[in-house]
Design a protein around this ligand. Sequence first.
Ligand SMILES: [Zn+2]
Length: 282
Amino acid sequence: MDWHSESGMPVPAARPVSMIDPLSTWLHRDAGQHGPVMLMYHAVASDAGSPAWPWTVTMQQFRNQLDFLAAEGYAIPTMGELVSCPAKTWTGRTAVITFDDGYVDNLAACEELQKRGMRASWFIVTGSIGQPPKWPADGRPGGRLLNATELRDMQANGMEIGSHTATHVRLTEVDETRLLHELADSKAMLEDVLGNTVGSFAYPYGAWDERCAEAVRQSGYTAACTTRTGWALRDNTPYLLRRLTVFNTDTLGSFARKLCLGRHDVRWRDLAGHAIRRLNKA
Ligand SMILES: [Zn+2]
């Protein structure tokens, strides 16, 4: 099965390679050798101006990143597909695209994915479906979150819809009863909305511990993702999948370096420091 395009070959990029510096292009040649990566997005802004919230990328950045993934031959499974196949399935370049929180501006991102025959996994806060977020604001976009009809449409277009709890709480700080509510009730509600089983979960704020991971498993989820950086399958458990955050400060070059190095600290001075430490140890 062709994971990165349901309609045949991926749409070729307009001119992604020319927008990347030669050193990043050179580093990226080895991408895919350490297994799949997962990318974490939140909001996607229209093209006007530079978003203040670091987790809001512009639509142009997002398009360029998708075009880069397509041009570089990445398979783009959903998170559910990633964990339902043995790890050895993913021998080539593989990237799972994820969106946390379910901002309504994600509909435009969804369209861009569909244009390219790509899919992504969304993590929804069930207590705020179709409403403004009820959890504390931190500079995130205003307005409402995706509603039930939109979520059903997205699923019909191949997108995966998973849970991000009922109230976007830090699971490490709640008691057993609340933990069960956040995990089981949000799963049941999404399943009511979507009419099928929901298997994927994302920990709000990336907050997890052994108790939370076990509760996620016992609640019937098949996979959960954190915000720890690194190769997605590094921890050898589907309940602690690692992700790389895409910030609006990322250039296409730093995006490419994240993909091939599996980490966030990919500024040139970080890489120079890393290389010097390696040389000193040698
Ligand atoms: Zn969140």
